[in-house]
Ligand binder design. Structure first.
Ligand code: XIL
Length: 323
């Protein structure tokens, strides 16, 4: 790869990564790679409910503000992630006592305080994250579903839009590429919101995927989302190389080549959708050393375009070859 080549320079759509403030502050190679390669960033955790709003009357903006300032100084877009998610309510929310009106107010206050704080600085949000279960029905374990019913979804979009009418609002989820059941359910949800006039502008497909996933399923995921007419964000891309949890697996040249081909296929498919629907591609962190996959599944894995030392992997070339 020639010197001077970067992903933000070569790709015809924004390229970004989820970033972790500790690494940004303490690991020079990480920070340099983000600055060099990315023109978009997402907070890996700093904008989630528990981090921003740890108790009822306390908002803690320090970390998220640091990231927004970093992005502004380096000419990057910040994509907001995420306002409402079943996995990240703080204890005070889980223990909150109130009737439906009070819960509605709680939802509204959180969304409008956060979106309002970043108005003019964060121009897009994952408003609602992962409401769909694998079988194509809404997750009932969500506190928001339990307290407000399925209407919490449209309410969240309406409240976010009231707080910043210029912000692009996304529904974000994983598993579009798993198969038709989940994919169809997500698309039906999004089309239903659209038909009701709910302010929704984009679909985030996380794409925490595996090198064994079929090209047919990956293409169906991207193309089905595109058919809604909304913007499409490949929002959390990583390609897992050890789905069978082999504890002594080695990341061989053969595996690296298969990963490269999968990155290339995803980018090529995405590059073929209408330009005005291409919100961008974001990987979930930067180098393999930073990936959440190792902790989540307690195994070695190498899902990202940069290695443990932020050197470009064959996957990086695969991304370049996709356009
Ligand atoms: C993950 C982070 O990467 C971890 O550091 C954290 O412990 C849990 O959340 N889908 C999402 C992301 O929408 O917010 C998740 O991020 C990964 C799966």
């Amino acid at each position: 790869i020639e010197e001077g080549v970067t992903l933000k320079g070569e790709l015809p759509f924004p390229f970004g990564a989820a970033v972790n403030n500790n690494l940004l502050k303490n690991r020079a190679a990480y920070r340099e790679t983000v600055i060099k390669e990315c023109n978009s960033v997402t907070a890996e955790n700093a904008m989630k409910f528990s981090q921003l709003h740890p108790s009822e009357n306390v908002y803690n903006w320090t970390e998220a503000d640091y990231l927004v300032n970093f992005a502004q100084q380096n000419g990057m877009r910040v994509h907001g992630h995420t306002l409402i998610w079943h996995k990240n309510p703080p204890a005070w929310v889980l223990n909150y006592q109130g009737d439906a009106v009070a819960w509605d107010q709680l939802l509204k206050n959180h969304i409008q305080t956060v979106v309002g704080h970043y108005k003019g600085k964060v121009a897009s949000w994952d408003v609602v994250n992962e409401v769909m279960a694998e079988n194509g029905t809404l997750r009932t374990e969500s506190i928001w579903y339990q307290k407000l019913g399925p209407q919490f979804i449209e309410k969240a979009f309406i409240y976010a839009h009231e707080a910043d009418p210029d912000a692009l609002l996304f529904y974000n989820d994983y598993g579009h590429e798993f198969g038709p059941t989940k994919r169809t359910a997500i698309i039906n949800l999004v089309n239903d919101l659209k038909s009701k006039g709910v302010p929704i502008h984009g679909i985030g497909m996380q794409m925490h995927t595996r090198y064994t996933q079929s090209d047919a399923n990956l293409a169906a995921a991207i193309n089905t989302a595109t058919a809604t007419g909304l913007k499409v964000h490949i929002a959390e891309l990583d390609i897992q190389m050890n789905p069978d949890n082999v504890q002594d697996l080695v990341f061989s040249a053969g595996l690296a080549a298969q990963q490269k081909a999968k990155y290339e296929f995803i980018v090529k498919t995405y590059n073929a959708i209408p330009k005005d629907q291409q919100f961008g591609i974001t990987t979930w962190n930067v180098g393999d050393a930073d990936t959440w996959i190792r902790g989540e599944y307690n195994r070695p894995d190498w899902p990202l375009p940069f290695d443990d030392n932020y050197q470009r992997k064959p996957a990086y070339q695969g991304i370049l070859d996709g356009v």
